[in-house]
Design a protein around this ligand. Sequence first.
Ligand code: DGY
Length: 323
Amino acid sequence: MQKKRVFLTRTLHEFALKELKKKYQIEVHTGKIPIPKNILKNKIKNIDGLICFPYDKIDNELIDFGSNLKVISTYSVGFDHIDIDYAKKKKIRVGYTPKVLTNATADLAFGLMLDLVRRISEGDRLIRNGEWKQIFGAYDYVGIDLQGKTLGILGMGRIGGTLAKRAKAFDMKIIYHNRNRISKNKEKTLGAKYVSQNKLITQSDILSIHVPHTSETDQMFNNKIFKKMKNSSFLINTSRGKIVNEKDLSIALKNKIISGAGLDVFESEPIGKNHPFTKISNIILAPHIGSSSKETREEMAKIAVKNLNLGINGKNPIYSVGF
Ligand code: DGY
């Protein structure tokens, strides 16, 4: 019997490829990243399963070419790049990789926050530019303590909750807003207080975004919101770039409407050295590395393969969207 066909829009770990090769006829895209749409359109015509990445736009037009396609397995927790409703309509299962990347992403959000308030990356840039002239002045490179500051968490899911645990250990006050309030028990364990979205915006010293990108959250952080935030506040985004209006954020940072931002995600990635953010000092930029620890990326690969195996055989992936 002919092996089923699987296409990967980019390579994965050796162990994952080895496992896939045992069962399927696989092809891995090695060219331009993201894979150009016309190439993917051609590939998708003949395959049973697809492994894709968070920057591959899997829209309805593309899905229509997948007449044999049974499963789309994305190597990411985010799935806003896939037209889930349309995949469902076409009876194509969609798997994703939540849970395994919770700690890594919360760690990165915390790292950005600590770096930002203590100006670590800013200091690094200063030394590299030969601008560290005198030592230890009373006002030199002064940041703020995390202790006693209010961390506002927008989206108290797995990653938001894990960030709260880390913040609690640093003696921060934690407030959160979520579509659904979490249980009183959980609030107590995390030391987190539920507030309205407006209070979250106006009261946070540091506001960290942990909601997915949807039509409701698209460009949610804009001029109007920045004006409501404290002038001394900081914004952290490890979710999706399109939740923040980058032009408005640049203006807010330059005019000290807010104090700083730590970003792992951008409206369009990758950003280059000419992006306006690179000219702003009170911002820290990371190249979308929320889940990028060795352990986490390996776990994600295992789940992506398992999801594919299940979906290709007409079963629900371990982590399934839509079905
Ligand atoms: C995801 O998996 O969606 C993350 O953005 C990767 O860091």
